[in-house]
Ligand binder design. Structure first.
Ligand code: CMP
Length: 137
């Protein structure tokens, strides 16, 4: 079994889509191994997205991710990293397939309602960043 790290972002939380997104995760066979609602500080958002620090959209991304509470998740199933990225759909909802989280709920590439780790290595780093010292079941 593999774990991935996911975030239900502040836009989706504000728009009452936590339940809808969790239902899509469960329907896709994921077990929710950890869940925490958290309003990220700017510092936490900057640290989490440090790899994007040089991108032109970094300021906008940090602002958005710290504008309100989000839901941090550890999701588990076979091939979790790739499968959660399938369930989310393309980063830009305009390019996301029908039935995906982002096609269903996201408004733009910046406000795209969900995050998922892009590799097993980054999943381990991201899970440790937000669930430090937690023995995930
Ligand atoms: P995420 O999977 O959380 O990882 C990096 C995030 O940067 C991405 O989702 C988007 O929310 C954001 N992002 C990527 N490209 C752009 C862009 N062109 N403009 C604004 N935000 C972007």
């Amino acid at each position: 079994m593999e774990k991935t790290f996911a975030i239900i972002k502040p836009d989706a939380v504000a728009d009452n889509h936590i339940g809808g997104i969790l239902a899509m995760a469960e329907a896709a066979g994921f077990k929710i191994r950890a869940a925490q609602m958290k309003h990220l500080t700017r510092k936490e958002a900057e640290g989490f997205y440090a790899v994007h620090a040089e991108r032109p959209f970094f300021g906008e991304l940090v602002e958005f991710m710290s504008e309100g509470p989000c839901v941090l998740l550890a999701l588990e199933r076979e091939d979790a990293v790739a499968k959660w990225r399938d369930v989310m759909g393309a980063t830009n909802p305009a390019n996301a397939a029908e039935g995906t989280v982002r096609k269903t709920y996201a408004k733009s590439v910046g406000r795209n309602c969900a995050h998922g780790s892009d590799s097993k290595e980054n999943a381990a780093i991201e899970l440790a960043y937000f669930f430090p010292g937690t023995a995930l079941l």
